[in-house]
Write a protein that binds this ligand. Structure first.
Ligand code: CAA
Length: 258
């Protein structure tokens, strides 16, 4: 039961797969795609039977950017009054862990969308960049901030000022992606990683995600304090008892909160 026009939503056990599906425009992210991805992933986030959300595109393009044709005629007041792209923030605010499986082009908004996800897996054909400058604009879905935090100022500046793209190997060396997988194995590997995450205690996975994300938002001392508080709190979750008992009893844990 897929009520969306630009994405496909599937369930595979506790894993949800959201596939961008605008092949004629290389999955360019127009407002409809944004609204559908945000609506679909928020619904999945509310579903206790979903433990990880995978976002992917096609073999040729994860997403070739925000939709240039849609943006071309807009003026400042259109962008401001519509609060253009702000809804994407809601994807980064989901509590359920998310994984971007990137093959082909992840440019501009496509790169930014991948960076909004928690885990970023790339195929060996992936191409990343923030080429907005070549269109006379700058990144608008957080690219200037998240790319800089991911790869450092040197590379982020060069990419944002020249529009040069990075291949998968460079993106992995720079720390933008966690791993590179052969293109024909990308989806299977992404689903397998997602299944692993979805097999953990859901509240503890949410807390782990929240703790890592805190590193991007605060000082080291505050971040460590936050981690310590949450670390103490997990001892109130039944799954701490189960996880540690399973280790001691040399068996697999059967987490209750999944
Ligand atoms: N917006 C709208 N349409 C796009 C698009 C985009 N970002 N990217 C590709 N398309 C469309 C093309 O216009 C083309 O449509 P038509 O067949 O109707 O002409 C179709 O998708 C196929 O694209 P190409 O023929 O260009 O395919 P290619 O294989 O020759 O080239 C590409 C692939 C190098 C990715 C090229 O499409 C390209 O450069 N795309 C734009 C990349 C870009 O600049 N992205 C940044 C967008 S701005 C942004 O994202 C702002 C932000 O930060 C939020």
């Amino acid at each position: 039961t897929n009520t969306y026009e630009t994405i496909l939503v599937e369930r595979k056990g506790r894993v949800a797969l959201v596939t961008l599906n605008r092949p004629k425009a290389l999955n360019a992210l127009n407002l409809q795609v944004m609204n559908e991805v945000v609506e679909a992933t928020e619904a999945l986030d509310r579903d206790p039977d979903v433990g990880c959300i995978v976002l992917t595109g096609s073999a040729k393009a994860f997403a070739a950017g925000a939709d240039i044709k849609e943006m071309q005629p807009q003026g400042y007041m259109d962008m401001y009054l519509n609060d253009w792209f702000t809804a994407w923030d809601r994807l980064g605010a989901l509590r359920t862990p998310t994984l971007a499986a990137v093959s082909g082009y992840a440019l501009g908004g496509g790169c930014e969308l991948a960076m909004l996800c928690d885990i970023l897996l790339a195929s060996d054909t992936a191409v990343f960049g923030q080429p907005e400058i070549k269109l006379g604009v700058i990144p608008g879905i957080g690219g200037s901030q998240r790319l800089t935090r991911a790869v450092g100022k040197a590379k982020a500046m060069e990419l944002c000022l020249t529009g040069r793209t990075m291949d998968a190997a460079e993106a992995e060396r720079a720390g933008l992606v966690s791993r590179i997988v052969p293109a024909d194995e990308l989806l299977a590997e992404a689903l397998s990683v997602a299944e692993t995450v979805a097999g953990m205690s859901a509240p503890v996975a949410m807390m782990a995600k929240e703790a890592v994300n805190r590193a991007f938002e605060t000082t080291l001392a505050e971040g460590v304090r936050f981690e310590r508080r949450v670390f103490h709190a997990v001892f109130a979750v039944a799954d701490q008892k189960e996880g540690m008992a399973a280790f001691v009893e040399k068996r697999k844990p059967d987490f209750r909160h999944r």
